[in-house]
Structure formats: structure tokens, C-alpha cells
Design a protein around this ligand. Structure first.
Ligand code: F6R
Length: 582
């Protein structure tokens, strides 16, 4: 599996009802199929099907499953098409053990070969775990899991139950797994949103650890079966953070949370020190996080005068990067689980670079592996399209720049200005109504607003499925200008900054070719509003700070266009919130 949600419950309440809520909360992690099983006097009963929880749940009636112990799964598959047979949980041949898995079992074909003659019912890599557990079982699911873990190559968070006992056994290697500690009940989740409404106490398993959960006990063991005492942490966000709170979509709510997120990110702890100034900085990330990184390059080079290289993690890891002990490697990731970013980090460490993570999800794999971590204060980001995490990553990069240069920018003026942009959401929707049937969009910007053009285009394409490309405005003449016509509008990010006159020329080039221009401009800019077809205004600010403001109307524009096109904004097709495989 690429990225899935796993939930588990054991206690005195009806597992079916509780787990249904848990997988709804985890659905942002994947949503091609869904399943649940519970344990009762009748053994293990499994129900599963294709589609999102909301599509499958009414027919499968999860809430009516009998029993007070169970596991559930929402899937985003890599092996096997979305279907009932490929949905989790998977049963062992006799039906006495059931598992849900997140990750990828790399040697599953070889293991299947070794289990020759076994009757596999799915096309998944995961089913092999259920078979191995049964083969290795001689009365203790814990012991079977310890044996099985040694046979698996790849990444996994596995959650298993056995008809012989009311306990849940979980194992982890490289895929996230959290255990919620309740009173007379215990919980499992791929992340804490699975159970945050029931408990704030959490244990994160380390790689190669397993845990055995009963209603009154949680025991954790290392790979040799020795009991270890896990650290119990406190979840520092509330249930409301993971709810829509009246907004139609999480994405809209998260866009509106940005003033608070920036305010908190500006004052959050920033625990990063380097004894010597780095010779070079490498910023490595994927997607939106990489565009935050690219913005970081502009500020770091301008303020701190340190050369910065920005690379998509998927390229960095295969490019024989010349990086060493005198360099700083910065990994940016909302989820802290992105496979390419993690692999790039490991490579940088191998080469001796000092590493810093700018990470949102606490205790995630990347956060654990970097030398220093700065946690962004975005809170849980549920919408697949990243918005508030982007702004919080920008704050972290600007703070890093201040730290390295000793120069400060008035970041605390930003929340109020972002609020002013948000007040224009309605008029942005009106503009979206004019454009939501268009098939292609161009986005262009210069200097600090070049990454914003890339990010604006990414937002539009990923949630509305409209083709959109971002360019450095100076590049338009070198090719993309050929696309400009009255059917291909251009979004021009053109606030009043040092490259403004050049942007005005670029806008005129578009207009001269019958192109429509949607300009992001500084409030009261008559020159731009006199020329552009439509204008999204942002308050005036320092040149370096414009990305914090100019990206917001682009997020809102993408949102409203997607909503007008009836797209599933929070769960765009073919995408998942975090990509834990290459
Ligand atoms: C786009 C988006 C993705 C992520 C990318 C990196 O809206 O969400 O492009 O930014 O997959 O994910 P993280 O930050 O979790 O490493």
C-alpha cells in the first residue's frame, strides 16, 4: 500500500461504531477502498468494499458489527486494483487471523513463492502477512508477529487480531503507528486523529517494535521480544482541529486558519543552532513543500548570502549530489513521511551533512531522523492539497534566514494582512465563476513570486483537474507564450516590488496576444487594474514578504474553481495526503 489509514480498538464499547469514526478521520490518507473486522463469540467477521467510506459504509453497515475489539482500514493501493478482494482487512487461510497493513512488502512475491500451494484471495502484497502469521502461530499472536517481522522486507504498520484472544497486536517498520491509551480501552491509529476524541495520551512505536493491546494493558516489545517501557506523550491539539467546523471542506477551513498558523509559527520555538555557518544549504522536498523551499532560497540568499540549492527530493536522491560536512541539508515535509524526502535525507546524512527538518507531524519518520527539527505550527492538515502547511514552512525558512543573517523582517504584521485577503473570498468566487470551465491556465511570477506561480498552478491542477503550468515570467517568451490565446488565461503575480515594471511588460505581452490576465496586485494599483481582465488584491508589504499574501488568493481561486466544478476538493482523484513510496 502507498498510504493507508489503520485503526484499531479494544475495550468495552462497540468497536464497529468507534472504528467507523476513526477511519472517517483517517480517510485523507487514502480512499480507494475500505474495510473493517471485529472479534466476537462467532470469531472474526470482515466487511469490506470498494470506494470511499461514505460510499461503502451504508451497505456494509460497519456500526452493526458485533464485538468490542476490531481493526479497520482505508486504502490507497499500489498492488491490486481497488476492489472488495483487495480491500483490507485480509484473513489468514483458516480465517482465524486478520490483518490491516500500511506500507509495502517488497519481498512479497518471494514469500508467496515460499508459501507455495497457499490460496491467496487478493492481488495485494499485504495478504502474505496474514498467511505468515498463521504459519508462525502456535498459541501466541505476539510470538507469531515477532517471527513474521523478521521475514518481511519493506515498510509496514501492521495491525492484527486473532480469534483465539481478544488482543490486538501491532508492528511497525517505517510506516507510522500511534497507540492511544484510554481507561479500560486502547486505540490504534496511523495517526492520532483516529482517536484524539477519546484520549490525549499516546505512544509512538519505534521501528521494529511490536505492541500487544488488551482493554487494560499495552505492552511494547523490541524485535527480540524483550519488553520495553515506551514514552507516553501528550497530544497537543484538540478534536476541533481535525473537524470541518462549519466549512464545506477541510481545504477551505485550512486556508482560513492561516492567520493563526502564521501567528503561532512566528512565535513557536525554533531550536536550531549551528556551530559554524554552513558553506551551502540544500533544501530538498516534494510538491508544495519544494515550492516553499524555493521561496526559502530567495530569502536565504538575499539575507544570509549563503548559496542555496533547491531540489525535488526524487531528483536529489539519484543525482550524485555534491554535499558534505560543511553543508546544511534542510528537509521540508508536512507529513514527515514522504519516501523521496526521507531517502534524500538519508543520503545527505551518509555524506556527512548536518541535517535540519521543517516538519509538521510530530514524531514522524523524518522528524526522528534529522539532527535538528523545527516543528511547524500548522496543526493537522487534512485536505490533500497543502495550504496552511505551506505558509508555516515559509515562516520556518524565513526564521532560519534571520537566524543565519541576524536580519529580521516584520513577520508579525502578516496575520492581519492575510485576514484582509481572506475577506475577499466571495469576490474570488465570483471571478472563479467566470473561469471554471476553462481547460488550461498559465501562471507566471518573478523573483519571490516565481515559486508562488508554481504553487498556484499546482493548487489549481490538483484539485480542479484543470491543466495549469507555472513559469518564471521571463521564460514566457522562450516557449509558453505560444499557448496564449483567448482560451488560455494567465495568472500574473505582480505586486508592487522591485520587478514590478517587468511584470507589467509581461502582462502587456499576454494582453497583446488576446490572452486574459488575472493579476494578483497590490491594493490600489490602478495601473494593473486598468489593464488586467481580473484582479486579486493583496495589502502592501515588504518585497520579501509578498509570497505570504500572494499565494492566498491563488489557494482560494483554486478552491472555488474546484468546488464549482463539483470536484471532491479534499480528496482529489489519484492523490493521497502523503506519499510513502517512490
Ligand atoms: C500539494 C501537496 C503535495 C505535498 C507533497 C509533499 O498540495 O500537498 O505536493 O506538498 O506531496 O508532502 P509532504 O510535505 O508531506 O512531504
Amino acid at each position: 500500500m502507498k498510504m493507508c489509514g489503520i485503526a484499531g480498538y479494544t475495550g468495552k464499547r462497540k468497536a464497529g461504531e468507534l472504528l467507523l469514526k476513526s477511519i472517517r478521520n483517517l480517510e485523507y490518507r487514502g480512499y480507494d477502498s475500505v474495510g473493517m473486522c471485529t472479534l466476537s463469540g462467532q470469531g472474526i467477521e470482515v466487511r469490506k468494499g470498494k470506494g470511499k467510506v461514505s460510499e461503502a459504509a451504508p451497505e456494509l453497515e460497519f456500526s452493526s458489527l458485533p464485538g468490542t475489539t476490531g481493526i479497520a482500514h482505508t486504502r490507497w493501493g499500489t498492488h491490486g486494483v481497488p476492489s472488495e478482494k483487495n480491500a483490507h482487512p485480509h484473513l489468514s487461510p483458516s480465517g482465524k487471523i486478520a490483518i490491516a497493513h500500511n506500507g509495502i512488502i517488497e519481498n512479497y512475491l518471494q514469500l508467496k513463492e515460499e508459501l507455495r500451494g497457499a490460496d491467496f484471495r487478493s492481488d495485494t502484497d499485504s495478504e502474505v502477512i496474514a498467511h505468515l502469521l498463521e504459519k508462525n502461530y502456535s498459541g501466541s499472536l505476539r510470538d507469531a508477529m515477532l517471527k513474521t517481522m523478521k521475514m518481511l522486507n519493506g515498510t509496514y504498520a501492521v495491525c492484527a487480531i486473532c480469534a483465539d484472544s481478544g488482543k490486538i497486536v501491532v508492528a511497525r517498520n517505517g510506516s507510522p503507528l500511534a497507540i492511544g491509551l484510554g481507561v479500560g480501552e486502547n486505540f490504534i491509529g496511523s495517526d492520532v486523529s483516529a482517536f484524539v476524541e477519546h484520549t490525549k495520551k499516546v505512544v509512538y512505536l519505534e521501528d521494529f517494535e511490536i505492541a500487544v493491546l488488551g482493554e487494560d494493558s499495552v505492552e511494547v516489545f523490541d524485535r527480540e521480544g524483550r519488553q520495553v517501557s515506551p514514552e507516553v506523550k501528550k497530544i497537543d491539539w484538540s478534536v476541533e482541529c481535525a473537524q470541518k467546523q462549519g466549512y464545506k471542506h477541510f481545504m477551505l477551513k485550512e486556508i482560513h486558519e492561516q492567520p493563526r498558523v502564521v501567528r503561532e509559527s512566528v512565535s513557536a520555538p525554533f531550536d536550531f543552532e549551528m556551530e559554524t555557518r554552513p558553506e551551502r544549504i540544500f533544501v530538498v522536498a516534494c510538491g508544495t513543500a519544494a515550492y516553499a523551499g524555493l521561496t526559502g532560497k530567495y530569502i536565504l540568499e538575499k539575507q544570509a548570502g549563503i548559496p542555496v540549492e533547491v531540489a525535488p527530493a526524487s531528483e536529489f536522491r539519484y543525482s550524485n549530489p555534491v554535499i558534505g560536512e560543511k553543508d546544511l541539508f534542510v528537509a521540508i515535509s508536512q507529513s514527515g513521511e514522504t519516501a523521496d524526502t526521507l531517502a534524500a535525507l538519508r543520503l545527505a546524512k551518509q555524506k556527512g551533512a548536518k541535517t535540519l527538518g521543517i516538519i509538521n507531524v510530530r514524531e514522524s519518520t523524518i522528524a526522528r531522523e534529522v539532527d535538528s527539527v523545527v516543528y511547524t505550527a500548522a496543526g493537522p492538515e487534512i485536505g490533500v492539497a497543502s495550504t496552511k502547511a505551506f505558509l508555516s514552512q515559509l515562516v520556518a525558512l524565513y526564521r532560519l534566514s534571520s537566524k543565519l543573517s541576524g536580519k529580521e523582517l516584520p513577520l508579525s504584521s502578516l496575520p492581519g494582512k492575510i485576514e484582509q485577503v481572506l475577506l475577499r473570498s466571495k469576490s474570488i468566487r465570483e471571478t472563479a465563476k467566470k473561469y471554471f470551465r476553462v481547460y488550461n491556465f498559465l501562471y507566471m511570477g518573478r523573483n519571490f513570486n516565481f515559486p508562488v506561480a508554481m504553487e498556484g498552478a499546482l493548487k489549481l491542477k490538483e484539485i480542479s483537474y484543470i491543466h495549469a503550468e507555472g513559469y518564471a515570467s521571463g521564460e514566457m517568451k522562450h516557449g509558453p507564450l505560444a499557448l496564449v490565446c483567448d482560451e488560455v488565461p494567465t495568472v500574473a503575480i505582480s505586486p508592487r516590488d522591485s520587478v514590478y515594471p517587468k511584470m507589467v511588460s509581461n502582462i502587456q505581452e499576454i494582453l497583446a496576444r488576446n490572452g486574459k490576465v488575472l493579476a494578483v496586485a497590490t491594493e490600489g494599483d490602478r495601473e494593473i487594474s486598468g489593464q488586467a481582465t481580473d484582479v486579486f488584491e493583496v495589502p502592501e508589504t515588504e518585497e520579501e514578504l509578498y509570497p505570504f499574501l500572494t499565494v492566498v488568493p491563488l489557494q482560494l481561486f483554486a478552491y472555488h474553481v474546484a468546488d464549482l466544478r463539483d470536484c471532491d476538493v479534499d480528496k482529489p482523484r489519484n492523490l493521497a495526503k502523503s506519499v510513502t513510496v517512490e
